[in-house]
Ligand binder design. Sequence first.
Ligand SMILES: Cc1cc2nc3c(=O)[nH]c(=O)nc-3n(C[C@H](O)[C@H](O)[C@H](O)COP(=O)(O)OP(=O)(O)OC[C@H]3O[C@@H](n4cnc5c(N)ncnc54)[C@H](O)[C@@H]3O)c2cc1C
Length: 427
Amino acid sequence: MRADERSHGLWQASAPPAPACERLQGQVKADVAVIGAGFTGLSAALHLAQAGARVVVLEGAQIGFGGSGRNVGLVNAGLWVMPEVLIKTLGSHYGDRLLQLLGGAPGAVYDLIAQHQIECQAVRAGTLHCAVGQRGLRNIQERWRQWSDIGAPVELLDQNEIAAATGTTAYAGGLLDRRAGTLQPLAYVRGLAQAAMNAGARLHERSAVKRVEDGKTHWVLQTDEGEVLAPWVVVATNAYTSDVWPALPAELVRLPYFNLATQPLAPELRAQILPGGQGAWDTRSVLSSYRFDQAGRLVFGSVGALRKSGLSVHKAWAKRALTQLFPVLRDVQFDYEWYGWIGTTSDALPRFHQLERQVLSFSGYNGRGIAPGTIFGRELAHLILGRSAMEDLPLPVTPLKPASGKYLKEAAYEYGAQLTHLVGARC
Ligand SMILES: Cc1cc2nc3c(=O)[nH]c(=O)nc-3n(C[C@H](O)[C@H](O)[C@H](O)COP(=O)(O)OP(=O)(O)OC[C@H]3O[C@@H](n4cnc5c(N)ncnc54)[C@H](O)[C@@H]3O)c2cc1C
């Protein structure tokens, strides 16, 4: 990856190679131009190309350069917000549809992986949301109630059951969601790119869109060495948006999140932690997450940026916190470290925008982008293909609204996480 050494870590070291993609040179005409080669853009490209549309994907850096190649790899159902809050915010027309789509989204991701034989360490053993203290337990119990009320197959685990499922006695309870699972995110996004290319999409890396001009019957997307002419544009740049549409990045408050990966653990250690193969995270606001990769490395993460003073603070905290959770790991070394930026919104719900005539964008997944990005990309494709109407989409079109206090909030996330990790020995 053409980025700093802490951009993609373990995922870069263990993903199959990306398909070869040249820089865009000269003029290309297409039915749809997609900006950004992450889950959203590539899912849109794949579904459009499969239906016979001429699609060109322009990626400023490399496939999976953004959140898609850096994340934890938890393929979750639903969003951060609880089902009833979601329906209250969006109303039942969009709320019910969004819940139904995202409840089934992990299944759609694993089906896509099977259909295109994407090698991405896909494991569908569920995820564990772990309750810290009585407050965390109440949160988990409420989530369980709300999901159960709409028929979702989620299980409430008591203190003993969560201890058996995770291998630590740190939690008061947990929520097991068997719809969910884990994968190797960079491998998945590269696999999506290959599948889209196999279906006929053109992909160009190192081809940042610098300007978009209105050609009346089509849009002209200009890169340093070429241009794409297309009547439809999908903007799928999320938290890694450059300033082509300055109002897009202004809407998102970026939250940093890092991961460290241990050396491969010996089988006897491996057997004591997450024996069921789930991915886990906890209910703290400065949360921790962990999961295994295929080689038996434990990927351990939390809020924070591995840069400047954050680098040593977060690494020292991770060592302490991991040992506190799993004393058997006291001598384990970390082999990889990386971090990225999560695009958050004021109400923790994603956004669907019509930026211009036939220029559409989904963004702001609040750290839940693997399944939602894949599904929103597919839904955008269906809309452009004329298979659905605007009101069939899972979110209403809303105007762009700059986040209030964006830079203050971003600094608070970054330095607040450092403070929490500096003073707190807790995990
Ligand atoms: C550290 C971390 C942990 C996370 N953990 C999870 C998790 O466990 N589970 C989960 O579901 N989600 C998780 N997420 C969120 C998830 O990764 C994102 O929501 C998702 O990857 C967004 O996908 P996307 O395709 O919309 O955008 P991205 O993957 O960010 O892709 C945007 C792309 O657009 C490109 N781009 C930007 N501007 C231009 C331009 N002008 N021209 C061309 N290209 C451009 C960028 O280079 C980038 O490659 C995590 C995110 C991070 C950062």
